[in-house]
Design a protein around this ligand. Structure first.
Ligand code: ATP
Length: 447
């Protein structure tokens, strides 16, 4: 667990400026003025997001024998969304200001009396339902028969395939199906950078449980597993787990815990873990007329499994990790002068680049060649970056993207084969034999 710290609290502008400057996140199709609520990930952002997904996948799929992986298509038969309730009820209430023309989500407004942007009194329209699903068409005819939706969550792809997967993977409840994939919501007011977007990725687990009274235990167990995961990567006092009171739950839900992060604008949801009862499978059984119940050979009995769901947002988690890692530190440099650096204190598993390898001088072919060969060797086992030139600048550049280690090759390397290993957080530099670097870094990465 990362202890409570006095770590610098960046503004959203600090983080979005760094994200753009260093190639974590760009506005989608920026040269055309962008697309509202849609973002692209640059080279470092792509690595960051991949590491978030890998950390989730490792915990939920790779290290367990009771969860199997899945990858459903984004497009589904539209009946899916009728059964799940999304076609009829996946609405947010929307209000418009007649004066400044801005649009708001009614539940985000403190009152409907005046516009929060232009301040006009009585200018807001009555709240109207707005379906958040994005429409598209399958095939060449744009009529209602071919209309489809871009999925607003990945979960339904798992539910409709429950029986296929249980049979093919020869599983019986309790077992889970996990997937990571894109979801789309036509949010009324996207914003707060990548927190609320119209295209995003979800990491979802649906865990199927027999009706033997263990569902609450499983729900609590999954909350624990997810808590431990978030606590490994985020500062302790910036993440909280909020269990909703029974009155706050949907009628079918038996328990729900939201994982929230303290963003610069306040607490925001990263994940929701819920005991959903038999609601989802029952809805699909009704709508499709297909029997999705499970036949328990041992007891010769059929049942509809209870589902515990853990539904996380990959982009929101990546944003939380970026904000969480952002630190500003004053220190005394090697010449004795006071200096300041921005350093992303990513957990080593999350850091986009694990090690940067530098040649101390640009114009010395022996140094460059040696550094390149060390970097090449490391590249086979971890993400690396090669650079050369002014060492102070090189360190600062790597600090700013959260690279945990730097290896510097200098003239002494040519004499005695030793290199300098520099640690991002302590800024400590140690001299060691070049041929020990790989084993040492691999050990630290695994630890
Ligand atoms: P919110 O209340 O913030 O709109 P939600 O409760 O509707 O979120 P869920 O349907 O529970 O969200 O979705 C599960 C997870 O998917 C969320 O915890 C979040 O991390 C992610 N998510 C949902 N909507 C978005 C979005 N528009 N942009 C980015 N991530 C999202």
């Amino acid at each position: 667990m990362i202890p409570q710290t006095q770590r610098y609290q960046p503004s959203l502008e600090d983080v979005s400026a760094l994200a753009k400057r260093r190639g974590f996140v760009f506005q989608s199709s920026e040269i055309y003025g962008g697309a509202g609520g849609v973002w692209d990930y640059g080279p470092l952002g792509t690595e960051l997001k991949r590491n978030v997904k890998q950390a989730w996948w490792h915990e939920i799929v790779e290290t367990r024998d009771d969860v199997v992986p899945f990858d459903a298509a984004i497009l589904m038969n539209p009946q899916t969304w009728v059964a799940s309730g999304h076609a009829a009820t996946f609405h947010d209430k929307m209000v418009d200001c007649r004066v400044c023309k801005h649009r708001f989500r009614a539940d985000h407004l403190p009152s409907l009396e005046k516009c929060p942007d232009c301040g006009s009194k009585g200018s807001l329209t009555e709240p109207r339902d707005f379906n958040l699903m994005l429409k598209t068409f399958l095939g060449p005819a744009e009529d209602t028969a071919s209309q489809a939706w871009l999925r607003p969550e990945t979960a339904q792809g798992i539910f409709v395939n429950f029986k296929n997967v249980a049979q093919a993977a020869r599983r019986k409840p309790p077992f889970g199906i996990a997937q990571i994939g894109k979801a789309f919501r036509n949010e009324i007011t996207p914003g707060n950078f990548t927190f609320r977007t119209r295209e995003f990725e979800q990491a979802e687990l649906e865990f199927f449980i027999p009706p033997d009274g263990t569902d609450d235990q499983w729900y609590r167990r999954w909350v624990e597993v997810r808590m431990a995961w978030y606590r490994r990567y985020l500062v302790e006092d910036r993440v909280r787990f909020r269990e909703l009171a029974k009155e706050e739950l949907a009628h079918y839900a038996k328990g729900l815990t939201d994982v929230e992060y303290h963003f610069p604008w306040g607490w925001g949801e990263l994940e929701s873990i819920a005991n959903r009862g038999t609601y989802d499978l029952t809805a699909h059984i009704k709508e499709s007329g297909k029997d999705l119940s499970f036949f328990d050979e041992a007891n010769k009995a059929k049942y509809v499994p209870i589902v515990v769901e853990a539904s996380a947002g990959v982009d929101r988690t990546a944003l939380a990790l970026l904000i969480d890692a952002y630190d500003k530190q004053r220190y005394v440099d090697q010449t004795g002068k006071e200096a300041e650096r921005v350093v992303l204190r990513f957990h080593r598993q999350i850091a986009p680049v694990k090690v940067a390898v530098f040649a101390l001088a640009r114009n010395k072919p022996e140094l460059v060649e040696r550094a390149r060969s060390i970097e090449h060797d490391l590249r086979r086992v971890m993400r690396t970056q090669y650079d050369e030139g002014n060492i102070g600048q090189l360190y600062r550049r790597q600090d700013e993207v959260g690279t945990p280690w730097c290896v510097t090759i200098d003239y002494q390397t040519l004499d005695d084969g030793s290199v300098t290993l520099r640690d991002r957080d302590s800024m400590e530099q140690t001299r060691l034999a070049a041929d020990q670097v790989k084993a040492m870094l691999l050990e630290r990465l695994a630890g």
